[in-house]
Design a protein around this ligand. Structure first.
Ligand code: ATP
Length: 300
């Protein structure tokens, strides 16, 4: 596994406040990492330091082993609220971004056009950005971040301003990009983090309180349980009264939780088959990332 970025003891202090406090993590090449945490946790501050837009108070960042990398060439950044010059066309703006990374004019034009087509703005190349909808602006923001094919793509809330269709499309674009780039993105949309993440970084009040793969984090915070749904409340009550496991019930649902030892699914199904109760469904439940988030954020 090749590491592309290493952040060590990153800290940003404003006055008496630690916006980011002693945060260390690394990103493997062509991996995707979701940066999550409540409002004010330090996500934007962390991304801005990595993008070279903000100096850290202390700590080091190294990209490909270099502590003073040429960020314009190797990093692409989509800020949370991208701004454009309203009088430029999408093509002109993206070409300008390409040139800022050091590309010559001829290549900048070719790459800008290809990139705009890739992000779904092929029909709007010559339109002024001032006329763009929110979804189009987000795509244009993505285009300027990837036009120079950076090794590392940093995205601050890339999909939160989009409607469900736009979100789906941008998530698919990002998954496509991950084949060539390392992606670090912050998000509030936990379904997206569940969908595209090799690593999760949880920030809370500036501190990195949890990091690891979704599987590892889930295993740590999950409380496994089965949910059995009956066709009547009476059957659910009977199940709660007679089952050999600790059972709680709500309406027509019976929940078996782990406190008394979780049975094998086959044993549960065997019991239900011989019980004479009418079951609508029986399933193993896993904590959603949202439930885990609430636990890690200290809200539960
Ligand atoms: P959100 O999800 O709301 O975008 P975030 O996780 O991105 O939040 P940051 O914007 O990084 O959080 O802010 C972290 C903390 O640093 C907050 O308490 C914020 O008020 C503080 N902060 C950020 N920028 C500054 C600044 N320029 N001056 C003073 N404090 C700041």
């Amino acid at each position: 596994m090749t590491l592309i970025l290493q952040a060590e003891h990153l800290t940003k202090i404003y006055g008496a406040e630690h916006a980011v406090k002693d945060v260390s993590f690394s990103l493997a090449e062509k991996s995707s990492t979701a940066l999550i945490g409540p409002n004010g946790a330090g996500k934007t501050t962390t991304l801005s330091m990595l993008a070279g837009l903000l100096n850290q108070t202390t700590g080091t960042i190294s990209l490909n082993g270099e502590t003073n990398p040429d960020v314009r060439k190797s990093i692409g950044f989509l800020p949370q609220y991208p701004q454009f010059f309203s009088w430029l066309t999408a093509l002109e703006f993206t070409e300008m971004a390409a040139k800022l990374s050091g590309m010559d004019s001829k290549h900048a034009k070719i790459e800008a056009q290809k990139t705009l087509e890739f992000v779904g703005l092929g029909e709007a190349l010559k339109k002024k950005t001032g006329t763009f909808s929110g979804g189009m602006k987000q795509r244009l923001g993505l285009a300027q971040a990837i036009v120079h094919k950076p090794k590392l793509l940093l995205l601050d809330e890339p999909v939160s301003a989009l409607d469900p269709v736009g979100r789906r499309e941008v998530m698919d674009l990002l998954k496509n990009l991950q084949q060539d780039m390392t992606i670090l993105y912050s998000t509030h949309i936990l379904n997206d983090a569940e969908e595209m993440t090799d690593q999760l970084l949880f920030l809370r009040k500036g501190e990195l309180v949890e990091q690891g793969s979704l599987g590892d984090v889930r295993a740590k915070y999950d409380s496994p349980r089965y949910l059995v749904e009956f066709t009547s409340e009476e059957d659910a009550l009977n199940f709660a009264a007679r089952a050999p496991w600790k059972v709680s019930y709500r309406g027509t649902l019976g929940l078996i939780d782990i406190t008394n030892g979780l049975p094998e699914m086959k044993d549960l199904l065997g019991y239900l088959a011989g019980s004479g109760l009418t079951v609508r469904k029986a399933e193993r439940q896993t904590a959603s990332l949202e439930e885990i988030f609430l636990k890690v954020a200290g809200r539960r």
